[in-house]
Design a protein around this ligand. Sequence first.
Ligand SMILES: CC(C)(COP(=O)(O)OP(=O)(O)OC[C@H]1O[C@@H](n2cnc3c(N)ncnc32)[C@H](O)[C@@H]1OP(=O)(O)O)[C@@H](O)C(=O)NCCC(=O)NCCS
Length: 153
Amino acid sequence: MSHLSNSVTTHLRAPNTAPVDAPEAQVPADHELVLKVIPLPGDANANGDIFGGWVMAQVDLAGSVLPARYAQGRMATVAVNQFIFRAPVRVGDILSFYAKMERIGRTSMTVNVGVYAERFNNQGRYIKVTEAQLTYVAIDDEGKPRPVPRTDD
Ligand SMILES: CC(C)(COP(=O)(O)OP(=O)(O)OC[C@H]1O[C@@H](n2cnc3c(N)ncnc32)[C@H](O)[C@@H]1OP(=O)(O)O)[C@@H](O)C(=O)NCCC(=O)NCCS
């Protein structure tokens, strides 16, 4: 066991701090800031960048914030319609998650999420690292779809 963990450790690289040739982006004025989080070394992959599955989990959480206002109760992610990793996320980046409701159906809610990174040594300069679209479904106590309450109800 110790032989295995030593062998894995020797293949891991230090966190990647090399400059990234990614264009500066403006955070979207028509989206709402729903989450900020800083990835830690334990969230990195073997390249020293942040593991994509960690980013996906944060996007799933961030994407649920606006639909939760409409669902007013239990809901579940039914689909990740689109997920694009545009630039690597680095250990120590400050990640900002911006969301906008795209569509409210009978039981489902679709939301767009954009993720912007401020490199730890370049605060105030945003790089768009990820964009995604997810759909959530309001569910009842049995886990079955239920209508999203209408605001005029
Ligand atoms: C979410 C769940 C309750 C939906 O049940 P279902 O019987 O498949 O639902 P329906 O076919 O009636 O569809 C419900 C809504 O979801 C939408 N939907 C279903 N599949 C979809 C898909 N692949 N993409 C986008 N929307 C979808 C439908 O269009 C419908 O929307 P509307 O009522 O606004 O028109 C069920 O699929 C489920 O429990 N899935 C697992 C959820 C989960 O564990 N998520 C975490 C994953 S780790």
